[in-house]
Design a protein around this ligand. Structure first.
Ligand code: HEC
Ligand code: HEC
Length: 256
């Protein structure tokens, strides 16, 4: 059993940690960025527990949509209707127009396009996300108008190749990095894989089959991808980093 002095020391240490932590949190010099109307809106947001169903900056419940950028897409008429009549699983609230205006101000002021728009999610289809989107952008910039490689790229994009083949690495299903294939496969062997797949190893035959012309264009694309691999990989990394989120810029003050 612990001796009483031990317990006292432990409790004192915990109290000290709590004190230091509290001091650090409250001495943060970041200024409060919300207007009075928005602060009233935030109070109403908490009073009605909107966050149980909605996220802000990716934090919150998931029954309703993320509202980080709701102000950019929900106009005031729709907001009034949503809050007073409800919609689907969104319940109606008893709210006056004043309170709705405060909530609108709150949503308006937290709407920071550089933070929201799906950036906190992986692979938002509309915006594109992650390494694949960065790779696609790098290819678009590097190969614009470079025939026949651009045609080969279009032929690959018309098929689900990217579901298995990832940029610059082997994927979890064992599909190899396509930027290296011309180093190991002869042109004939490559043409055979593109024509027939390797079903026994998990590479399905393209359906409908790729035409001879498409296979030649894809081979040209894969050659360019190999020759310009370093450049394209650097571009991909750069574009992917541009999309990353500045976590330090997140307004932690949302949940005081
Ligand atoms: C019980 C869960 C729930 C609660 C609580 C809730 N909502 Fe919702 N909300 C939803 C759902 C579900 C939708 C989607 C409704 C639809 O599309 O028909 C939604 C939609 C919305 C939208 C429209 C979003 C868009 O992009 O179209 C806004 C704005 C909104 N809610 C604001 C609020 C606010 C403000 C509160 C708090 C006062 C709140 N909600 C409370 C579930 C909830
Ligand atoms: C269902 C997943 C899947 C899809 C879709 C897919 N592949 Fe593959 N691919 C693989 C796997 C797994 C391998 C490795 C097969 C092996 O080890 O022999 C492979 C191998 C290859 C190879 C040979 C690589 C080498 O070094 O031997 C090429 C070329 C290739 N795929 C191109 C494509 C193209 C082009 C498409 C789109 C038309 C495509 N793949 C679609 C899974 C896939």
């Amino acid at each position: 059993m612990c001796k009483p002095l031990w317990k006292k020391t432990l409790v004192a240490a915990l109290v000290l940690c709590f004190g230091i932590q509290t001091g650090l949190v409250y001495s943060d010099t970041r200024s409060e960025p919300l207007s009075d109307a928005a602060l009233a809106g935030r109070a109403s947001w908490h009073r009605h527990a909107c966050q149980t169903c909605h996220q802000l900056y990716g934090q919150g419940g998931f029954l309703g949509p993320d509202l980080t950028n709701a102000a950019s897409r929900v106009d005031s008429t729709r907001l009034v209707s949503l809050l007073t009549v409800g919609s689907g699983q969104m319940p109606p609230f008893e709210m006056g127009l004043d309170e709705i205006a405060h909530l609108a101000a709150f949503l308006e002021e937290i709407d920071r396009p550089e933070i929201g728009r799906g950036q906190l999610r992986l692979g938002d289809a509309a915006e594109g996300g992650g390494v694949q989107a960065a790779f696609d952008r790098a290819l678009d910039e590097a190969l614009a108008g470079a025939e026949p490689s651009a045609r080969g790229l279009a032929a690959i994009r018309a098929r689900p190749c990217a579901a298995c083949h990832f940029p610059f690495r082997e994927s979890p299903v064992g599909a190899p990095d396509l930027s290296r294939v011309v180093e190991t496969l002869s042109p004939d062997a490559l043409d055979l894989v593109l024509a027939e797949g390797r079903p026994e190893n998990g590479m399905p035959p393209p359906i409908p089959p790729l035409s001879e012309d498409e296979r030649a264009a894809i081979a040209a694309f894969l050659t360019t991808l190999n020759e310009r691999r370093d450049e394209l990989e650097a571009m991909t990394r750069r574009f992917a980093e541009e999309r990353s989120v500045d976590w330090g810029g997140l307004p932690w003050w949302e949940y005081p």
